[in-house]
Design a protein around this ligand. Structure first.
Ligand code: HEM
Length: 249
């Protein structure tokens, strides 16, 4: 995992860590667990650091997990809820199924936190902390995570399908999806910088690379690297980022 040096990614993480939570709940505070679970941050960091020794991609996956939970009902950990008689899990929504990662790591973190501070730290706060700590462990930016979120008792798969942006969305659709969360176009551009790291399935964007604007041409940013691009096919390194692709085979 490379250093996350881009300004856009820095802004992206700050926006999730600070802007979104405060927009929905003004009393959140980084010192929320100072008396009840003062070591929560280091407990979360230790688990993530251990996992990332064998799975460096997990750092990106935890950032994405925080994004996917916050766009549905706010940052309330509803994405963690499994299907029951009354709940239809968000994990099976189209943007999440076969794609969302890190749920097992969140379980590990929760277990570690519960052993030291039982019934104290919400899963929503764990997800927010995990995203920030994943950034710092990737040599990216750090920020003070506002804490004190409550976990949701319900999930909303329909809303997940509606609210989470898709790779084939137009710019107007992306802007609308972010506007629904109180985020503007600058936020959209900045947050998209999170794709500086992590992996993606080839099938989700290969059509845009090979058939730019229905011209049957490669996207302009790839024209200069056509040879590398074609030779690597479905497992290659994109020119402007370190986003790696996952073959769908
Ligand atoms: C602007 C609209 C966005 C779209 C359409 C989008 C779409 C996608 C898609 C299709 C993938 C690949 C999923 C897969 O193949 O399994 C992906 C990966 C990723 N996205 Fe986004 N994304 C958006 C915004 C964001 C935001 C706001 C963040 C975080 C701030 C983010 C963070 C990530 C990360 C870190 C990965 C890699 C995850 C991993 O390796 O497990 N994305 N995104």
């Amino acid at each position: 995992m490379k250093s996350l040096a881009t300004t856009s990614f820095l802004c992206a993480l700050l926006l999730f860590g600070v802007l979104l939570p405060f927009s929905s709940n003004a009393q959140l505070d980084p010192s929320f667990y100072n008396n009840t679970c003062p070591n929560v941050s280091s407990i979360v960091r230790d688990v993530i650091r251990n996992v990332s020794k064998t799975d460096t991609r997990m750092l990106a996956s935890l950032v994405r997990l925080h994004f996917h939970e916050c766009f549905v009902q706010g940052c309330d950990a509803s994405v963690l809820l499994n299907t029951t008689d009354t709940i239809v899990t968000e994990q099976d929504a189209f943007p999440n199924i076969n794609s969302l990662r890190g749920l097992d790591v969140v379980n590990k973190i929760k277990t570690a936190v519960e052993s030291v501070c039982p019934n104290t730290v919400s899963c929503a706060d764990i997800l927010a902390l995990a995203a920030e700590l994943s950034s710092t462990l990737s040599q990216g930016p750090d920020w003070k995570v506002p804490l004190g979120r409550r976990g949701s008792l319900t999930a909303n798969q329909t809303l997940a399908n509606q609210n989470l942006p898709a790779p084939f969305n137009s710019l107007d659709q992306l802007k609308a999806a972010f506007a629904k969360q109180g985020l503007n176009t600058t936020d959209l551009v900045a947050l998209s910088g999170a794709h500086t790291f992590g992996k993606a399935h080839c099938s989700l964007f290969v059509s845009q690379l090979y058939n730019f604007c229905n011209t049957n041409n490669l996207h302009p940013i790839h024209l200069t690297t056509t040879n590398q691009f074609l030779s690597f096919r479905s497992v290659f390194r994109l020119p402007l980022t370190n986003l790696l692709t996952i073959s769908n085979a």
